[in-house]
Design a protein around this ligand. Structure first.
Ligand SMILES: *Cc1c(COP(=O)(O)O)cnc(C)c1O
Length: 427
């Protein structure tokens, strides 16, 4: 067994600066509002599964003990039925939407299907869907499925692997385009699109736009209203800290809610579901994008995370996020670049979300070694990306410093070579 690499590195480059940045951090006290069982563990994967808010336990225990345990079916009329709308309204200001434009519902993949299919049906004379090769695979699969079923063409615009291909996108978007669907912050490099700029190009061609905000919601300010976004979806279990598998959100601009039809005509989207009428009659408003009975335990877990984001303020969160990613890039330059690590994220902060990807030919083994020997949890995205997610509500500057030095120590010693190159199921 190779030796563990733990502890702080107080005599190494950047330590004093990390301590100083932490002591000047106006959001530092939010860390106490998250469950941290192991103080030695450095968690840099909040972009995949956010930490548990301390408040989540009592909210969920109340659902279990009182709402489910005691009130049973009566709970549907005591808050459960409205919960996805209420939480949607709570999320709305975080994404620049108005009340009645957002619901929490289903998985991101399913919401993407519902809205993308609704969009192409709303543009029946057009036969192209456009995305890029930086998009998350599930998004590409869903868009491809819709294209194949409807006899449309899916155009996947090529990028350089890091930056959004703005020129090629704008050349591809034309009068035959029904829908443009992109990730706001892309999952590998963290490149972040200028929503308003893309929306203008899409709307000039008469097409609709659908943004996936899974990697930006809760950490990058989003103005769905102001940017002229038509449709959006996103996860709640990443920077929103809603818990494993917590339901996603969807947004439909109010002006489009009449025109757009939910392709899944299920009973929660019915105007009077408890009339049990055999004819489907869609309800007016955002409820028409409901599907079926919600997983109340998972849904209830979304509230505490949203409350922390609202309390901290999305602009303050963004300011800290930029400082965190800048600090990490600074340390990469001085401590890691010489060891073969490349920068696989944009260098300009305005083009970046809250994670930084380092590339390394032995990236997978290094990731395993960081977890097993260094107690640092990043994640790995093939072929060579080590993603370091910096969630501002609980990541300290000193955590970044420690992670970089544990990483440096491991790679210098070659300890990562003892790890298998075979990937685990969930990375
Ligand atoms: C995480 C993520 C998803 C996950 O989709 P699920 O249906 O919730 O599993 C989808 N799209 C993007 C861009 C993501 O980052």
């Amino acid at each position: 067994m190779t030796q563990m690499v733990l502890g702080l590195f107080p005599d190494s480059a950047g330590y004093g600066r990390a301590v100083e940045l932490d002591s000047n951090d106006p959001l530092a006290h939010f860390r106490e509002r998250f469950v941290i069982e192991d103080g030695e563990l450095i968690y840099l994967d909040g972009n995949s599964l956010g930490r548990q808010p301390v408040a989540a336990r009592s909210v969920l225990m109340d659902v279990i003990d009182s709402q489910w345990g005691d009130r049973l079916i009566r709970s549907w009329n005591e808050g459960w039925w409205e919960l996805q709308l209420e939480l949607g309204d709570q999320l709305a200001p975080i994404v620049g939407a108005r009340p009645g434009e957002v619901i929490i519902s289903d998985a991101t993949s399913l919401n993407l299907f519902k809205l993308a299919e609704a969009a192409v049906r709303a543009r029946p004379k057009r036969d192209k869907i456009i995305t890029d090769d930086l998009n998350f695979p599930t998004d590409i699969y869903v868009l491809d499925g819709i294209a194949r079923a409807g006899g449309l063409e899916l155009v996947i615009v090529e990028s350089d692997g890091i930056n959004g291909p703005m020129k090629a996108l704008s050349a591809a978007i034309d009068q035959a385009t029904a829908l443009v669907s992109l990730s706001h912050t892309v999952f590998k490099s963290g490149f972040t699109y200028d929503m308003a700029e893309v929306n203008r190009i899409v709307h000039d061609a008469g097409a609709l736009v659908l943004w996936d905000t899974s990697h930006s919601v809760g950490v990058v300010p989003i103005d769905l209203e102001g940017s002229g976004t038509d449709l959006a979806v996103g996860c709640t279990y990443k920077y929103l800290n809603g818990g494993p598998g917590s339901p996603a959100f969807l947004y439909v601009r109010e002006a489009l809610q009449l025109e757009m039809e939910n392709p899944i005509t299920a009973w929660w989207a019915h105007t009077q579901p408890f009339d049990f009428d055999l004819r489907f009659e869609p309800v007016v408003g955002i409820r028409k994008f409901h599907t079926g009975t919600m997983p109340i335990l998972s849904l209830a877990g979304v509230g505490p995370g949203l409350a922390e984001i609202a309390d901290a303020g999305i602009e303050e969160i963004r300011s800290k996020s930029v400082l965190l990613t800048e600090f990490l890039i600074e340390l990469w330059e001085s401590e890691l670049e010489d060891l073969g690590f490349g920068m696989a994220s944009p260098r300009q902060p305005e083009k970046r979300g809250s994670h930084v990807s380092l590339s390394h030919p032995e990236g997978y083994q290094i990731t395993r070694a960081m977890i097993e020997l260094g107690k640092v949890i990043p994640d790995f995205r093939a072929p060579d990306n080590i993603r370091l997610g910096l969630s501002p509500l609980y990541t300290r500057f000193v955590d970044i410093h420690t992670a970089v030095h544990r990483l440096q120590t491991i790679v210098r010693s070659g300890a990562h070579r003892a790890f298998d190159v075979q990937q685990a199921t969930v990375t």
